[in-house]
Design a binder for this molecule. Structure first.
Ligand SMILES: Cc1cc2nc3c(=O)[nH]c(=O)nc-3n(C[C@H](O)[C@H](O)[C@H](O)COP(=O)(O)O)c2cc1C
Length: 325
């Protein structure tokens, strides 16, 4: 498959694994890259910029294909040395960065000077256009279906992607709700140059998380995600477990929700432990509506081959037959 994304990133298939806190480690990123997609390490999963440098080295030992690093710039309770993480990335020789959260403009000169291609992930057309204007090489358009932070506009990819195709000049990835060949073919049909997947890659053999978490996602339906933090205008889509439902109940109480009221339930440390020990009701974890389309735990190679094969069959057989003659 050849698209502007495969050309720009130097990869075989237009399939990217988006940054995932606690999940985007060298095991997963290298497996995706070895399978012909683009694997992405998550910078803030590493406790310090020095650890990130080591993780990049570890990934390099596991693959000789291109891979990227995600830098998520969000307001945090504990200050994060973003500049130092950005410098670690720029000095490591990694060729691709996925930025997300706040405006990445302050970091662009550093990345550009290092010859890095920047993919900015955003949830609206206005932010996509801004990313193009400030010099990002590509955007990842994250629809309302996505895991993590879908923004507050609630616009699905059926609308966002054609709008992006009409308005953007730079290549873009469809992100959110994608997990199979139908999704890839549809995204390409709507004008995207490739797809970005989080949840689907979380449920693969190489994802470095507990098997129970993967199995819970296999067993889940499209109704098993919840939108928490709506009342704080910082919406996050997570797996609808006991803790997510407790958070929703607190947010539904009359009056303003204070972060203090839910802080214990949603602690990052508990979420991290949950992914490691498989205790499903210990904390929260991000998951997208695409869990409804996930019913196995394949290796990344098998998954990518299947998606590409199915997408090609849809394009060459089903769609061709509809327009032939
Ligand atoms: C467990 C998990 C953790 C995530 N953490 C981050 C993150 O730290 N930074 C970020 O930019 N996106 C994060 N995401 C979002 C993904 O990169 C991607 O945009 C999203 O999963 C796409 O939607 P999908 O899950 O429907 O494929 C996370 C997603 C998941 C499933």
């Amino acid at each position: 498959m050849r698209t502007r994304v495969t050309e720009l990133l130097g990869i075989e298939y237009p399939i990217v694994q988006g940054g995932m806190q606690w999940v985007g480690r060298a095991e997963l990123a290298s497996a995706v890259s070895n399978a012909g997609g683009l694997g992405i390490l998550t910078a803030l999963t590493q406790p310090s910029p020095e650890d990130l440098r080591r993780e990049i080295e570890r990934c390099r030992e596991l693959t000789d294909k291109p891979f990227g690093v995600n830098l998520t710039i969000l307001p945090t309770i504990k200050p994060v040395p973003y500049e130092d993480y950005a410098r670690a990335i720029a000095e490591s020789g990694v060729g691709i960065v996925e930025t997300a959260g706040r405006n990445p403009e302050p970091f662009l000169p550093l990345f550009k000077e290092a010859g890095i291609k920047v993919i900015h992930k955003c949830t609206s057309i206005r932010h996509s256009l801004k990313a193009e204007r400030i010099g990002c090489d590509m955007v990842s358009v994250d629809g309302f279906e996505c895991a993590g932070h879908p923004g507050e506009d609630d616009v699905t990819n059926l609308i966002l992607l054609p709008l992006a195709a009409r308005r953007l000049k730079i290549p873009f990835l469809a992100s959110g709700g994608l997990g199979d060949g139908r999704g890839l073919a549809a995204a390409l049909a709507m004008g995207a140059d490739g797809i970005n997947m989080g949840t689907r890659f979380m449920v693969t053999r190489e994802a470095p998380i507990h098997e129970s978490v993967k199995q819970a996602m296999v067993d889940a339906s499209e109704l098993d995600t919840a939108l928490i933090y709506r009342s704080l205008r910082n919406t996050a889509r997570v797996f609808k477990n006991e803790i997510a439902q407790q958070v929703l109940a607190i947010e539904a109480q009359p009056g303003e929700t204070r972060f203090e009221d839910i802080r214990e339930l949603v602690s990052g440390a508990k979420g991290k432990e949950l992914l490691e020990n498989g205790e499903l009701d210990q904390g929260i974890w991000s998951a997208g509506m695409v869990v409804g389309l996930i019913d196995d735990i394949p290796a990344c190679e098998e998954l990518i081959q299947r998606i590409v094969k199915d997408a090609k069959a849809i394009i060459n057989d089903r769609l061709q037959a509809m327009v032939a003659g």
